[in-house]
Structures are given as C-alpha cells and as structure tokens.
Design a protein around this ligand. Structure first.
Ligand SMILES: C[S@@+](CC[C@H](N)C(=O)[O-])C[C@H]1O[C@@H](n2cnc3c(N)ncnc32)[C@H](O)[C@@H]1O
Length: 216
C-alpha cells in the first residue's frame, strides 16, 4: 500500500463517523438511536467509494441518516473527512464486505438502498458477485422496511440489463428505469449528484443507466 493510502487508512481509525469491521456489530439494530442520536430513517449507499451519494444526500436531507459502505478504507476516508470538516452529522461510514450486511443491520432497519457504480462483474463465473444477484437481493429484502426502495446507478449496460431482467423474473416492482439518465424525466437534484467514477465515465461520453425498484 502506498504512503498516502496507509495514512488515510490509519486516520479513519480515529474518525467518529467511521466504523470498521466488528466495531460496527454493537450498532446492529441501533444505528439511528446510538450513532445518530435520533429516530430518523436510515439509508445505505453500497460500494460507496468516496461516498459522494452519502455526503450529498445527507446535505439534501438532514432529516434522514446515511451510511456509506465499502471495504476500501482509503476511499471511505474522503467522504468521512468531508463530513467532519463540514460538520455534517447525519452521515457515517462502515468498512465491511457488503456480503456481511446482515451481521450489521437488523431486519427492517433500513429505509432505502443506493448502489452506486458497483463493479459490474461481467464474467458469467462472477454472477454471484454482482450486487443485484438474487443472493444479494434477498439480503436487501431482509434489511429493508416494507416498500423500501433500491436504486442502482451504473455505467455498465450489461449490469443494468441484468438487473432489469432480475426485477422482471422475480416479480419485483420497477418504479423508474432508464438507460439514458441525463436525458430522462427522472433526472432531478438527487440523480444529478455525481460520483468519482461517474465523472470518469462522463469524460468518455458513456451513457448512465438507472433503475429504482422495490420488493412490494
Ligand atoms: C467502481 S467503484 C465505485 C465507487 C463509487 N460508488 C463511485 O461511483 O465512485 C466500486 C467500489 O465497490 C467497492 N466494493 C466492491 N466489492 C465490494 C464488496 N464486496 N464489499 C464492499 N465494497 C465493495 C470497491 O472497494 C469500490 O470502492
């Protein structure tokens, strides 16, 4: 690991808004009450990277709590540092593998999920690693309150089409879906938030896909 990565990695250990691995277990079922000290809805951003969605949604919706999840500490550092510097109280970060979600949140604890530009895992042999593979969807279903929505933003047309197909196949409710987000009727102040990877894809004129769905 490079010097800068190491520094960021060690710095997040002292941040009040970052929980790493088993430290987060104590908060299971109590994120709102114990970390955020309120009773507000909790929204997750999975594969958050630098946490642009978590931080910007927290700015837009002070009456909700946001938790960015990623296993790369040096990326989480960026969002956590911004939240500390700008004193944004309603955002926190959890450094874990997304596969472990059920160890850290109770059934029905979550109001909404964002999945922002996840690794598309295009090879057939990696299907189970896609964050919209049915194995992951069943974990999200367990965590979400009834009617809780899942939002996926991706540059990857294959992952988008795969997700559209799974939503149909599993009889889920599709609320919004577009393969050209910026030209669509859905392009509002929330979807205008851009992530680090999104900006890179934009430079290459890549279309951005978006789907919002729920289990009921
Ligand atoms: C392509 S990046 C996108 C980051 C950010 N959302 C963005 O748009 O800039 C994918 C992120 O997913 C994280 N990631 C991939 N698989 C993961 C897993 N199983 N658990 C936790 N994080 C994961 C990686 O560390 C990486 O930061």
């Amino acid at each position: 690991m490079g010097k800068d990565k190491l520094r960021k990695f060690s710095e997040i250990g002292s941040f009040d808004n970052v929980y790493q691995l088993e430290d987060g277990h104590a908060l299971k079922g109590k994120w709102a009450a114990e970390h955020f000290k309120n009773n507000n809805p909790v929204v997750l951003e999975l594969a958050c990277g630098k946490g642009e969605y978590s931080v910007n949604l927290a700015r837009l919706f002070p009456e909700k709590n946001f938790i960015g999840i990623d296993y790369k500490g040096n990326r989480i550092w960026r969002g956590a540092k911004t939240a500390i510097e700008e004193q944004i109280p309603n955002v926190a970060f959890l450094r874990i593998q997304i596969e472990q979600l059920l160890e850290f949140f109770n059934s029905g604890e979550i109001d909404e999920i964002w999945i922002t530009f996840p690794d598309p895992q295009p090879q057939d042999s990696r299907e189970k690693k896609r964050l919209t593979f049915p194995g992951f969807l069943s974990k999200y279903k367990e965590l979400l309150k009834p009617g809780g929505k899942i939002n996926l933003k991706t540059d990857n047309d294959g992952l988008y089409l795969y997700t559209v197909e799974k939503v149909k196949e599993l009889g889920l409710v599709c609320h919004k879906s577009t393969d050209h987000l910026y030209d669509s009727e859905f392009y509002d102040e929330v979807l205008r938030i851009k992530t680090h990877y999104e900006r890179i894809y934009l430079k290459h004129n890549k279309n951005i896909n978006y789907i919002q769905f729920s289990f009921e």
